[in-house]
Design a protein around this ligand. Structure first.
Ligand code: F7E
Length: 283
């Protein structure tokens, strides 16, 4: 029986982790601003507060800490670099240090934004070169996990989407909700992504925890596509009108943070380790 502490349990990933079928062991979740309704114990935690992190980790005394608490808005991190640094870099250091003190392994969800535009697809061994402050702060967090003892696990995702549900605040749910309401959606057609299906993100984390794999892993669909193509695929999957999906360039988003045109991760390593991620395209 594995005892888990999941930080960021009110976030997209954390919330699912708490409900995941594989997490029927002892699980405690932490939240920062939004309390979580769950079958498991949840506790307030600000990962920026080193002493609070130490207290919670010591009390829960987990085998594994899944550290999914993070400032995940790319734009907010660009506007408030100190928030990105304190939450994603220092917060991770606090978790890594506290986990080491109780002998717990750290599993760290990270992001494709640790890479820039120097290659169309990046694999685990490639040298990160973030283009924005969010990517930089998550890479700083990765560095702490890399030097963790016991050895940690870094799991990079691309844009996390649900494709078969519409009950979350993720990109896929939003697109489906708009299409179901007969509303047009204008989606980026000049940035390639390898989306991470939400259920894959959760199940692959479970797989890596169960098999006690350490090091860096990418978890994404093997297919490259734009958000525009993804939106049309979501329409097809659910019998909705793909003509409601319109292409726009990234410049129309008015984003401050620079973003690579190729935000693609190769996840062949995970397949070699025996885990197959879902395909998104149906045709
Ligand atoms: C890998 C990486 O992936 C993500 O970062 P992101 O690239 O900033 O993309 P996002 O999905 O968070 O979009 C940011 C905002 O922008 C809107 N948005 C996006 N794409 C279109 C789009 O195509 N059309 C419209 N209308 N709105 C869009 C979207 O609704 C939201 O309000 C994060 O998970 C992040 O934590 C992470 O790690």
């Amino acid at each position: 029986m594995t005892s888990l502490l999941v930080t960021g349990a009110s976030g997209l990933l954390g919330r699912y982790l708490l409900d995941a079928e594989w997490s029927d062991d002892r699980v405690v979740g932490t939240y920062h601003t939004t309390p979580v309704e769950a079958d498991h114990e949840t506790v307030h935690l600000d990962v920026r507060d080193r002493e609070q992190v130490e207290r919670v980790v010591e009390r829960v005394d987990p085998d594994v800490v899944v550290h999914s608490a993070a400032a995940t808005s790319v734009e907010a991190c660009e506007e408030k670099p100190e928030l990105a640094h304190e939450t994603n870099a220092l917060g991770t250091k606090h978790v890594v240090d506290a986990a080491a003190a109780v002998g717990a392994r750290v599993v760290y969800p990270s992001t494709a934004y640790v890479f820039g535009d120097d290659a169309p697809v990046h694999i685990e061994d490639d040298e990160p070169a973030p283009m924005n402050r969010y990517g930089r702060s998550k890479l700083d967090g990765e560095r702490y996990v890399e030097s963790a003892s016991p050895a940690g696990t870094i799991v990079r995702f691309c844009v996390v989407v649900s494709i078969d549900r519409a009950d979350r605040s993720d990109f896929g749910s939003w697109v489906r909700g708009q299409l179901e309401a007969g509303e047009r959606v204008r989606l980026i057609d000049d940035q390639q992504i390898t989306p991470t299906v939400l259920t894959d993100a959760v199940d692959a984390l479970g797989y890596l925890i169960e098999h006690e794999e350490t090091g860096v892993f990418h978890v994404t669909s093997p297919e490259r596509m734009t958000r525009y193509e993804l939106g049309r695929e979501i329409a097809h999957r659910h019998g909705l009108d793909p003509e409601l999906v319109e292409p726009i360039p990234m410049t129309e988003m008015g984003w401050e943070a620079p973003r690579p045109r190729h935000l693609c991760l190769g996840s062949e390593k995970l397949r070699r380790y025996g885990y197959e991620t879902a395909r998104i395209r149906t045709e």
